[in-house]
Design a protein around this ligand. Structure first.
Ligand code: AMP
Ligand code: GLY
Length: 418
């Protein structure tokens, strides 16, 4: 089969790396890809959000199956457009991807189907939002309704901070139209865990649990980022909690989406908080998380192409999905300054040596005059396995040692910060 993967980050590199191992895949393409992805797939210069461009390119190049990995093209209906053109695709249609694209929608769904989550109200008028914040008191969480690159959430310690956040979103339009509706919710406490799960509209098969590290600096300090590293599985996600999550969250969510006429095919991301009252949903995403994907797919022993096909065909209950009985760690090497200002175009050294003892997934890299250079905030995701989590973490940091570029920044406490 000729396969096209849409996207250009570390997540897409991990997907391409795994698909390239499948005997079912004859030619692998990635649009737009990056310098690391170019080592396993042919990169194509179509923007990930260019729905019409992607459909035309896929048609012209006899693509048999498209994997849409990022949130934006999913929300824009790229899977719907591909299907309309007769090209099967992996990923939810826009009417199911809305669980990520609208927090108001997903909160309403959880309320209707009794899926545990933080108590909340939705507002479109600033004065009503401010009055609600005043009445509830702090700490309290203010969220922009739409996609805001993971930055549309403020966990406010004081009433004033919460009000300022609501004003910025609703009055100053800090996140554009994404913030004209806000969700204000109860502040939950407890460790956060990610569970990615394959879904085929009817069945759901959770992958090993994982844990992201969203803050830029050690000790969970500093600004929120796309994710500075991930481990799989985190020790807090016990078999008991996993059973509860399956019964109280995963199965009811897939059933709810089906009942609403929005069957979910693809990877569903459960962002969970293990609160003193039990596991609750913090957020849903309609795709693999990044960098959770890099850690989790490193543990997959089966053919990813077969699983994608099974999701698409409603045969997930029969799919062969096996995982290594090991742990994984992904350490993100970022450009100094990220998530704010940072430099691009810095030459990267030590990649070949690191590749010998780990898999180095590229996130923001480019090829310039035959040299791999930095081309984004998150640059690389060094990923290694171990028989224990401690071993996986030690192997990852050891593997990353030879890599360097100007102003390189990384956290030294991945897997140890909780
Ligand atoms: P989200 O984009 O909804 O995942 O929110 C980003 C981060 O904000 C989460 O990973 C949590 O750390 C935090 N957060 C979101 N909602 C809540 C909540 N209700 N209580 C406490 N923390 C939250
Ligand atoms: N790692 C968090 C996300 O992909 O949304």
């Amino acid at each position: 089969m000729n396969i096209l993967v849409v996207g250009s980050g570390g997540r897409e590199h991990a997907i391409c790396w795994k698909l390239a191992q499948s005997p079912k895949v004859t030619e692998l393409f990635c649009a737009p890809g990056n310098a690391g992805i170019a080592q396993v797939a042919k990169c194509v210069t179509v923007k990930a959000t260019d729905v019409d461009g992607m459909v035309s390119w896929a048609k012209e190049n006899a693509i048999d199956f498209v994997v849409v990995a990022p949130d934006d093209p999913l929300a824009l209906g790229m899977v719907d457009a591909l299907e309309k053109a007769g090209i099967p695709a992996f990923g939810p249609r826009a009417n199911a991807a809305v669980i990520e694209a609208s927090k108001a929608f997903s909160k309403e769904l959880m309320k209707k189907y009794h899926i545990p989550t933080a108590k909340y109200e939705t507002f479109t008028q600033l004065d009503k939002a401010l009055a609600y914040i005043e009445a509830q008191g702090a700490p309290i969480v203010v969220k922009a309704d739409g996609l805001a690159l993971g930055k549309g959430v403020v966990v406010a310690a004081t009433v004033d901070e919460a009000k300022a956040a609501a004003r910025e979103m609703m009055e100053d339009k800090k996140f554009g139209e994404s913030g004209s509706t806000v969700v204000i919710e109860e502040c939950m406490t407890g460790p956060e865990v990610t569970v990615l799960a394959f879904a085929d509209g009817e069945h759901v098969r959770p992958m090993p649990s994982s844990q992201d590290h969203k803050r830029a600096y050690d000790g969970n300090q500093g600004p929120n980022t796309g994710g500075m590293g991930a481990i799989s599985p985190p020790p807090q996600y016990t078999p008991d909690i996993a059973r509860r999550c399956m019964d109280e969250i995963f199965l009811p969510t897939i059933a709810a989406l089906k009942a609403e006429g929005r069957p979910f095919h693809g990877v569903i991301y459960f962002g969970l908080m293990l609160t003193p009252d039990g596991p609750k949903v913090v957020e849903y995403n309609a795709r693999f998380g990044d960098p959770e994907c890099q850690a989790v797919l490193s543990l997959l022993d089966s053919d990813l192409m077969d699983i994608f096909t099974a999701c698409r065909e409603g045969m997930l209950d029969q799919a062969d999905i096996r995982w290594k009985n090991q742990a994984a760690c992904c350490l993100v090497l970022a450009s100094g300054g990220y998530p704010l200002e940072y430099k691009k175009g810095c030459p990267i050294s030590g990649l070949d040596e690191a590749d010998r003892s780990s898999v180095v997934f590229h996130a923001g890299t480019a090829l310039k005059d035959g040299q791999i250079v930095t081309n984004g905030g998150r640059v690389l995701g060094v990923t290694a396995l171990g028989d224990t989590l401690e071993q996986a973490i030690a192997n990852t940091y050891a593997a990353a040692k030879p890599i360097s570029f100007q102003n390189m920044h990384f956290r030294t406490d991945i897997g140890r910060a909780f």
